[in-house]
Design a protein around this ligand. Structure first.
Ligand code: ADE
Length: 277
């Protein structure tokens, strides 16, 4: 088939269930996407037919013998720009088919990705991701064919592929049945606007310290309160910007107050211990 590359394998794509989320990726480096998504939760989600990822290489849609996909920037300057022709043809093939499609261009100029945005994309049913290389994509194609531009952070990657893989991973693990423990996604960092609490496993005593006793108490209400308090405290310490945007109920406000008082008392004690007499 012209330009088509079955990124994760025909077997998996054909095995996809009716409700599966479909993600088409337009990229000059399909193997980057494939290699990133082969393992772990998202690899399994594809094997279970919960998610189908397919890649389209614009080079396969080039019309000259050199399979050219880029050209010099108008106005001069360094680097090359991805030209409209092959990219538009690849994009149209990727967008083809049933169901409403959102087309997203990955770029540092985009709106910063959040868990809320991931959850919105994860509701599907389809997404087309456009990965840029070189200096970027001819702006006219972006204006014509792209619904939104998304960045995964304020740093520059050498192309959109790793950003696309990050987005697909975050979407894939939210598909129903992707995670073994149904509760895990609800307990994720950011799912309620807060960072996650700390986690521990055995041995309960060790050279690096002991597991907090409450986690061994069997008192589920106390454990839930402790976890909530740690999540609130960590968010207050590390990401006050998140906390400022999160509405807290009365219990959460009380737990955070408790955390702050304990944190400040511990800090005062440390300072007293290190002060010269
Ligand atoms: N392409 C290059 N850098 C990127 C970034 N930070 N986010 C998304 N796509 C990119």
């Amino acid at each position: 088939m012209h330009g088509a590359s079955w990124s994760i394998g025909i077997r998996i794509f054909e095995g996809v269930g009716k409700g599966a989320m479909r993600i088409d990726v337009v990229t000059l480096f399909p193997e980057l996407i494939e290699n990133c998504l082969r393992s772990g939760v998202v690899g399994r989600a594809q094997e279970r037919g919960l998610l189908a990822v397919r890649t389209w290489n614009p080079r396969d849609f080039a019309t000259d013998s050199h399979r050219t996909v880029d050209d010099r920037p108008c106005g001069g300057g360094p680097g090359m720009v991805m030209m409209i022709g092959p990219l538009q043809a690849a994009l149209e093939r990727a967008q083809d088919g049933d169901g409403p499609v959102r087309t997203v261009y990955l770029s540092p100029q985009g709106v910063r990705l959040t868990q809320a945005k991931v959850a919105q994309f994860a509701r599907g049913p389809r997404l087309v991701l456009l990965c840029g290389r070189y200096e970027g994509v001819d702006e006219r194609l972006l204006a014509h064919a792209v619904d939104e531009e998304v960045s995964i952070g304020d740093y520059v990657l050498s192309g959109g592929e790793l950003a696309a893989a990050v987005l697909i991973d975050a979407i894939g693990r939210l598909q129903d049945g992707a995670l073994n423990d149904a509760q895990s996604a609800e307990q994720d960092s950011f799912s309620d606007g807060l960072l996650d609490c700390p986690h521990y496993t055995r041995p309960v005593r060790g050279a690096l310290g002991d597991v907090p006793p409450v986690l061994l108490s069997g008192d589920h209400a106390a454990i839930r309160r402790w976890r909530r308090k740690q999540a609130l405290g960590r968010t207050w310490l590390r990401r006050p910007d998140l906390l400022a945007r999160t509405e807290l109920d009365a219990e959460s406000r009380r737990l955070l107050d408790e955390f702050r008082r304990e944190h400040e008392a511990a800090r005062d004690q440390t300072e007293a211990g290190t002060r010269p007499d």
